[in-house]
Design a protein around this ligand. Structure first.
Ligand code: G6P
Length: 612
């Protein structure tokens, strides 16, 4: 979603801002802009469209303010209020042109504020909710920018991450946060502000994460922090550990392709040091509960959105099957509003790659408020969910830039399997079964490697079906969530209408849609229920739909009579989702590539959805 960059230092601000925005592109956006302050004046360049066009426009703007400035702010906008036009792009200026601001989040009472401003003769020109804030700051300004910002923020309802500057006080950036993440990187003689670490890591590793209601004032003398009431606060400086190379595409054509091929390594990182092969259990110290605590857990509720929710579904199956503990998965957005029944022995696990998804965060807060034990499974270190849950397990997948999640999913499933193992071993799972399962988790990178080795063959299958405008993915048991995830991947990056269905459910309606040009991807791996799914695939074939059979190695005969085959290494049911999903990721990728889609930044999508 929207991205923020701010710079204060000794280098050419416009270049650092545009480069930072390029690093935030993956979050999803449809317009962008920068504002620079130099010699008492502000220059703004905005553009609906891609960063490379903005970069061109900035370099064409040869004013001294743009070329000489050593401080400024930038933004990528994912349209919510008003279309992606130049007028609606950030940074927004107040009516006098003396204040510039970038904003992430939503100002819920913007209509009231806009009315109030209009009654004072101040008209907003954009359709956005954001503009009212900079107009309000300007209206409230007397002689101190942070005073005006804190006063204005106390009048708004909603969420914000903002950076503001004014030519009345050149040499000062004011930053604030409530609900939308802000990281401040403290470099040598410079400060880089961003809504996400990837824009900061090329410059410095030392970072301060703002908390809700924090304000930071950045000047030549350094950074001072306070809350909205202007009482001083202090926040720890943490070291960010992602290497910058991980956020570059390297030899790969797309981040998504690179990230799919990174999976053996990212899974290795996710499981490293976390399996005890002697005791046949998992050591997840971040969960911060003893075997005795684990034995008290009455129910596990997993909350998440999109791909993360699908990973949670695999976890649900594993926890129930292996540990005999009641487990459920719920869409995070639903959890918050349906007043769920929670007891103190319920473990609520929030899964989120970004750790910033608004609905998942809201579910975490609801679960905490209701007294559950809450744990986070996040990839982004220091993200809001990771911090607010206080306990949990990091995925260690490294930065995931492609909007369609791949390596985060397989790490999420790997971690969920370890969590299931840990809980199971405090219950009914005997040690030797635990050891065997831990050994299978250890084999995951190798299983994924073997699927990736079939990239060429999967590409050939993809090219055969690339023109189809509809597709179905069917599976059951542990492969049902994989069918959902396979369909989600295909929709996200190729814009093919794809549905993931329980194999048995297809005939309760969707089968009416099958025809010769509607491929069905049937997950026929050797797991309980395979024979029934085989029957369902036959039903599709009988309706002339081409069937791509995904089968286990050694059981290729199950693909007989179907149109195409993808072979997955044979493994236990709980392990199968990981290698199987990798095959479906590759299939989607090659279909999208054949259709000429913009794979890393699909239209309308955002990497991290920070609004409800
Ligand atoms: C967005 C992304 C999805 C992701 C979902 C949840 O919709 O495009 O890829 O699965 O958010 O994100 P999270 O960061 O919470 O895992």
């Amino acid at each position: 979603m929207c991205g923020i960059v701010g710079y204060f230092g000794k280098r050419k601000a416009s270049e650092i801002l545009v480069d930072g925005l390029r690093r935030l592109e993956y979050r999803g956006y449809d317009s962008a802009g920068v504002a620079c302050l130099h010699d008492g004046s502000i220059a703004v360049v905005k553009n609906p469209g891609k960063i490379k066009e903005l970069r061109q426009k900035v370099s064409d703007t040869a004013t001294l303010t743009m070329t000489e400035s050593r401080m400024g702010i930038g933004h990528t906008r994912w349209a919510t209020h008003g279309p992606p036009t130049e007028k609606n792009a950030h940074p927004h200026l107040d009516a006098s042109g003396h204040f510039a601001m970038v904003h992430n989040g939503i100002i819920e009472n913007y209509k009231d504020i806009r009315k109030g401003l209009a009654s004072e003769g101040i008209e907003c020109i954009s359709d956005t909710d954001s503009e009212v804030l900079v107009q309000l700051i300007s209206f409230l300004y007397k002689d101190n920018l942070e005073d005006a910002v804190s006063e204005a923020l106390q009048k708004i309802k909603g969420t914000y991450g903002i950076v503001v500057m004014s030519d009345h006080e050149p040499g000062k950036l004011v930053v604030a946060r409530c609900g939308s993440p802000i990281v401040i990187g403290l470099g040598k003689n410079e400060t880089v502000i961003a809504s996400d670490a990837s824009a900061i890591i090329p410059h410095t590793r030392d970072a301060v994460y703002l908390e809700d209601y924090d304000m930071a004032v950045i000047t030549e003398d350094g950074m001072e922090m306070c809350n909205l009431q202007r009482a001083p606060v202090s926040r720890e400086v943490t070291e960010m550990d992602w290497d910058t190379g991980a956020a570059e595409k390297g030899e790969y054509e797309h981040f998504m392709l690179k990230e799919m091929f990174e999976q053996p390594q990212s899974i290795r990182n996710a499981i490293r040091g976390r399996l005890d092969y002697d005791m046949g259990t998992a050591v997840l110290s971040g969960l911060d509960f003893s075997a005795r605590d684990a034995a008290q857990i009455n129910r596990v509720l997993v909350v998440g959105c999109g791909t993360s929710m699908h990973a949670g579904m695999v976890g649900e199956y594993a926890i129930e099957e292996m540990a005999g503990v009641n487990a459920e998965v719920e869409q995070a957005a639903e959890f918050r509003y349906r007043n769920p029944l929670i007891t103190p022995n319920d473990l609520v696990v929030a899964i989120s790659q970004s750790g910033e998804t608004a609905d998942t965060l809201a579910a975490v807060r609801e679960a905490k408020q209701k007294g559950a034990i809450v744990a986070g499974l996040c990839n982004v270190v220091g993200s809001t969910i990771a911090r607010e849950t206080g306990r949990g397990v990091y995925l260690h997948a490294g930065p995931e830039i492609g909007v369609a999640s791949t390596k985060a999913f397989t790490c999420q499933v790997s971690v969920m399997l370890m969590m299931a193992l840990k809980i199971a071993r405090t219950r009914r799972m005997p040690r030797h079964d635990g050891i065997e399962f831990a050994r299978w988790i250890q084999k995951l990178p190798d299983l994924v490697e073997r699927v990736l080795a079939q990239n060429k063959a999967i590409k050939a299958v993809a090219q055969k079906y690339a023109k189809a405008d509809n597709a179905f993915f069917i599976g059951r048991g542990y492969l049902f969530p994989v069918a959902l995830e396979g369909a989600l991947k295909l929709k996200e990056i190729s814009y093919v209408h794809a549905e993931g269905y329980h194999a048995a459910e297809l005939k309760h309606g969707p089968i009416a849609l099958l025809e010769e040009c509607t491929p069905v991807i049937a997950l026929l791996n050797n797991i309980p229920g395979k024979d029934k799914t085989l029957g369902n695939a036959e039903e599709c074939k009988a309706r002339k739909a081409p069937v791509i059979a995904v089968v286990s190695e050694g059981d290729e005969g199950s693909a007989d009579g179907f149109d195409d085959m993808i072979v997955i290494p044979d493994c236990p049911p709980a392990i199968a989702p990981v290698p199987t999903v990798v095959a479906l990721q590759l299939l989607s990728y090659h279909i999208a590539a054949a259709r000429g889609c913009e794979i890393d930044q699909p239209r309308n999508l955002a990497k991290s959805v920070t609004v409800e």
